[in-house]
Write a protein that binds this ligand. Sequence first.
Ligand code: P6P
Length: 338
Amino acid sequence: MTTPSRYPLTLSGHLFRRQAMKGSATGRFSRLFARLDRAARIIAREVNRAGLAGVLGAAGATNVQGEDVQKLDQIGNQVFLDALANTGLVAAVASEEMEDPYIFTDAPDGPYVMCFDPVDGSSNIDVDVTIGSIFSLLRTLPGVAPDDPAQFRRPGTDIIAAGYVVYGPSTMFVYADDISVDAFTLERSIGAFFLTHPDIRIPSGGSVYSVNEANSPRWTPPVQSLVAGLRSGAGPEAPNTARYVGSLVADVHRTLLKGGLYLYPGEVKKPHGKLRLLYEAAPLAYVVERAGGRATDGTRRILDKVPQRLHERTPLYIGSPDQVGAVERELGREIPSV
Ligand code: P6P
């Protein structure tokens, strides 16, 4: 009878077990995630020390989105690029922080391409609010050059693994593959992520909805009616509750664990909304769907959408399957039949 370990499985141990389960596995996936594991721990340290290291606030530049780049955005982007360099595993990376994909010229045959939002919600770091990193992994399109835009003009159904890191009261590494969604919590004193939330399944129902209601005057009437229903919904004995952190990873992570609905709708003058399809909505949609949830832009499944531009935006409604289904029923009527 072996004594059970005091510590649960580490992220690397979990990855090696996954590799063993997949007889054909070459170990490339495990090696790649070992780099992501280290990148997450480095960014966690940078986030935790930002105030001490003088890396709070804006970097004095604007990104391709025309938004003020925060110092931590640049740091996070560089940490991920450094983590993937000299691996021969990744041919190209698309990032919120770079106008064009970064090509790893030393990995022309790299089997993977990746999409990142290296530090999402970084404007919240100045007030010590939870932020996150988002990533997805796709196989490099065969016969297509790494710098060919076609590498990233692909539906989210091409994703083979995706996840996020949430830098909050604890630092958690959450990732989904074709088997399950699992979350690992960082034990700082050891510098390792340990499995704390195996095989996450999103609860159905859930009384929490999450949206920035200050945008309400700019929504279309069907969206205004939808959110009004959420505000007064669930019945007098168990009314809905609103929670909005303003960091996408934090709001979606809570929705994944507790159930409910996160929404960032489009607006009359900005029908595509604010969030980016390739490296925000699609990776999170992959994770939530793998946990039994759903993600739509109001009428279309997020994972079916093919970005035509690298930084394309999309409305996002994501969460418990019953709640997202209700959104589609309500908004699906919005699109006139052709
Ligand atoms: P708003 C952060 O800038 C971000 O991209 C997401 O992390 C977050 O969910 C959203 O924007 C918040 O946007 O318009 O509500 O401030």
